[in-house]
Design a protein. Structure first.
Length: 347
């Protein structure tokens, strides 16, 4: 958000964002999936409060997120989480300049809770309301506590999306490549489930892989567009491998996890690097829940030896949180400030 915004009741015009000479403090909510989150962030980079109430324990018994259950838990938690964030920040609503919320993509019932809570605060305190794209939020998590500036190439790897994005300026982002089927996080979760690991599968598979031999099983790379990905064939290949090994005796779970992880991280690195080379960009950035993965971080940080600057969010800002939404609200110019805007599930 950069430019003039209007307070919803008084219709007073306020200049906010990174082009404003004054500090901008944004309170944001994020409820797109199974975390109820609220944060207060100053000038897009300084986190004054970051509160996340996770629903992992609830959804574990179902082996995945149940949308209706998620929405109900958000309803129970949202007011407490907002109060706690404001308390942590040491500020009052009069010191907050704008209220932001995740607009989508995500689970509609879940999104509605945080989105409408933020709208209510915007109206009650007469502060501009800002609707933020969740995926852009993940990328902006890299601005927190850093001096990162565009241009850079971002690899966004989350539970629902896998994209390579060319970020030319704070305002201009272009998707250069993406998955044609499963997202990386989804592939991790599905493979983890095949191996009988608990939800959320991604972090559990990551832990298991650290004990395995990553060269034991070879998986072929999917043939797709130059900068695109496909992970559904890999998932099926792991399933077939498990089925054939099961007949032979005990499953070498660690080696399967490590070999799967090697196949995924290798192709992510190769294609991100190819985009960086094509556009002569020397800064590479990781984003999304899977950016917490130990092997992806290790492989990408090795790029420093080739002269690249490499960024990845701190672990607590990789998975869903509201600080990244407040940061995106500060830096992006295409956030909607329409109090009548609606949530969306895909994009
Ligand atoms: O970004 P995120 O919190 O939610 C979405 O926007 O989708 O990402 C969640 C995804 C899940 O699929 C989860 O299994 C995966 O990120 N994930 C990981 C790790 N930590 C979280 N995948 C692999 N290794 C990890 N360490
Ligand atoms: Zn996310």
């Amino acid at each position: 958000m950069t430019g003039k915004f209007t307070a919803p009741l008084s219709e007073k015009e306020i200049i906010l964002g990174y082009k404003s000479p004054k500090d901008t403090i944004i309170l944001a909510t994020e409820t797109s999936c199974d975390e109820t989150a609220c944060a207060v962030v100053k000038n897009g980079r300084e986190v004054l409060a970051n509160v996340v109430a996770t629903q992992i324990k609830t959804h574990r018994q179902f082996g995945g997120v149940v949308p209706e259950v998620a929405a109900r838990e958000h309803l129970d938690a949202i007011n407490l989480v907002i109060d706690e964030a404001l308390n942590q920040s040491g500020l009052s609503f009069s010191q907050i300049d704008a209220i932001a919320a995740t607009q989508g993509p995500g689970l509609v019932g879940a999104l509605l809770v945080g989105f409408n809570a933020a709208k209510a605060l915007s109206l009650a305190y007469d502060k501009p309301f800002l609707a933020v794209n969740h995926l852009k939020g993940h990328v902006c998590a890299n601005y927190i506590d850093t001096d990162l500036k565009p241009p850079f190439v971002a690899l966004l790897v989350s539970g629902g999306h896998t994209q390579i994005i060319k970020v030319e300026s704070y305002e201009n982002q272009e998707i250069v490549g993406e998955t044609i089927d499963d997202a990386v996080g989804e592939a991790y979760d599905k493979v983890a489930r095949l191996m009988g690991l608990e939800y959320p599968g991604g972090p559990n598979l990551d832990k298991l892989a650290q004990k395995g031999d990553k060269y034991r099983f070879k998986f072929t790379e999917a043939k797709v567009g130059e900068f695109d990905f496909s992970f559904s064939g890999l998932k099926t290949a792991v399933l077939r491998l498990i089925q054939s090994l099961e007949k032979e005796g005990e499953l070498p779970k660690e080696d399967i996890a490590a070999s799967f992880q090697e196949a995924v991280t290798k192709v992510l690195l190769k294609k991100t690097l190819a985009v960086a080379q094509k556009y002569s960009i020397k800064t590479v950035v990781l984003a999304g829940g899977v950016a917490a993965n130990s092997e992806i971080r290790r492989k990408f940080f090795e790029l420093k030896e080739q002269g690249y600057e490499v960024y990845a969010p701190q672990m607590r800002f990789c998975t869903d949180n509201a600080s990244m939404i407040a940061s995106a609200a500060y830096f992006l110019s295409d956030v909607s400030s329409d109090i009548d805007s609606e949530v969306f599930s895909r994009k």
